[in-house]
Design a binder for this molecule. Structure first.
Ligand SMILES: Cc1ncc(COP(=O)(O)O)c(C=O)c1O
Length: 406
């Protein structure tokens, strides 16, 4: 017998395996399952983006590239981010191998063992897993699911609760807006209050802006803050000055339908950029050149795709939420952003068991709310980045599954 047990570091063992995968595994071998469990658009990447990668491969772009990302892509991203937020030079941009990789790199650069990290939840679990893997303590501030005066359900942040959680001992705030799984989106006034508080106490703000372009209420926002060439949700980048403690993570996955390409970027104060480049060297060394060529095509020519996608997802969202709300025992908010309906099933308090039964009995693949933290228990996440016929089939299966459970 070996003298020591074969086991990973305690920080790794402390991370729970994915409950969404557990549901998907329950459906293994079952042929007719409609999958709405993962956060993935149902369309293949647009042709012009794929063609850019193909052309790069044909031209022999198969070598290592810069840690920071190709200069042309950094320049293009700087122009893009500037058009959405505030002037950002290329030397504050780093290209990463995905949005997830950006989150991990920022965490590695800023967070260490015992650090206190505050996160607004429920939340895509990978976001808090990154600092957890590094030994940080996560303090969760839960959004409230409330009914407004008009009787509509909505997710709401209690600002006082968040500010009191952001103590002088806090190293960083992790905030994802529009939020996965609820779609909740922070408004500019709340953002300003949070940023001023974090400034006073020296707390880093890590903004996960993965869904900033998938926002369905931008017209109202635009009118309030003056027209912008490209609609998008508010970001901490709108308010932050250069060289302050704000870092934003982003991805090509959602806006340009590129989940499988593994390409993202981050915006960081200039002084942090070489440190992050060091970390890239030890993680992935660089993003593949031909993938970056695809990213360059997306960011320079992809606005019509985003416009079309937002319109398509808006229709899907409106349809799905209306259908869900018409089912007895279901309560749902209309999400202002992202691509998920996160709804409550009254009387249900084991979302994992519920989702497993939906897969096996009704052929419907949904994500259990518990996957997004204890605050998500009793809720179910449904990715609506899909066409209406499939959504309608899914709703019929949900009705059938609920009927068989009663
Ligand atoms: C909130 C959020 N941030 C970041 C990501 C990372 O995306 P990717 O790693 O595909 O770039 C996702 C993916 O689902 C997400 O939901």
């Amino acid at each position: 017998m070996p003298a020591y047990p074969v086991e990973a570091h305690g920080n790794v063992r402390a991370i729970a395996s994915s409950l969404i995968r557990e549901v998907a595994n329950a459906g293994l071998g079952k042929r007719d399952v409609l999958p709405f469990w993962f956060g993935e658009p149902d369309e293949v990447t647009p042709t012009f983006i794929r063609a850019a990668a193909q052309a790069a491969l044909d031209a022999g772009d198969t070598f290592y590239t810069h840690n920071y990302g190709m200069p042309a892509l950094r320049e293009a991203l700087a122009t893009y981010v500037t058009s959405l937020h505030r002037p950002v030079p290329a030397d504050e941009i780093v290209v990463t191998n995905s949005g997830m990789s950006a989150l991990m790199l920022i965490s590695q650069a800023l967070v260490g063992a015992g650090d206190r990290v505050v996160a607004v939840t429920p939340l895509w679990p990978n976001i808090t897993s990154a600092p957890k893997l590094l030994g940080a303590q996560i303090v969760r501030v839960a959004l409230r699911f409330d009914r407004s005066g008009s009787g509509q359900w909505a997710w709401r942040l209690d600002l006082d609760e968040l500010l009191s959680a952001l103590t002088p001992q806090t190293r960083a705030l992790y905030l994802n807006s529009p939020n996965n799984p609820t779609g909740w989106t922070i408004d500019a006034d709340t953002q300003r209050a949070v940023l001023e508080h974090c400034r006073r106490l020296g707390i880093w703000v890590l903004a996960d802006d993965a869904y900033e372009r998938l926002h369905y209420e931008t017209e109202a926002l635009e009118q309030r803050r003056g027209a912008r060439p490209r609609p998008c949700a508010p970001s901490f980048l709108d308010l932050a000055e250069r060289d302050e403690r704000v870092v934003a993570a982003n991805t090509f996955s959602k806006s340009w339908l590129m989940t499988g390409w593994r390409l993202g970027w981050l915006v960081a104060p200039q002084a942090l950029v070489p440190e992050i480049a060091k970390l890239i060297e030890f993680n992935t060394s660089c993003a593949p050149g031909f993938v970056q060529r695809a990213g360059l095509a997306a960011v320079t020519q992809g606005e019509p795709i985003i416009k079309r996608t937002v319109e398509r997802f808006r229709r899907a969202r409106d349809y799905l939420v209306q259908e869900l709300c018409s089912i007895d025992g279901i309560e749902a908010a209309l999400p202002p952003g992202a691509m998920y309906a996160f709804f409550r099933v009254k009387g249900m308090n084991d979302s994992l068991a519920f989702c497993k039964r939906m897969v096996t009995d009704a052929g419907l693949g949904l994500a259990p709310g518990a996957a997004f933290g204890d605050e998500g228990e009793g809720f179910i996440r449904w990715c609506f980045a899909s066409d209406e016929t499939r959504l309608a089939d899914g709703v019929a299966r949900l009705r059938q599954g609920l009927a068989s459970m009663r």
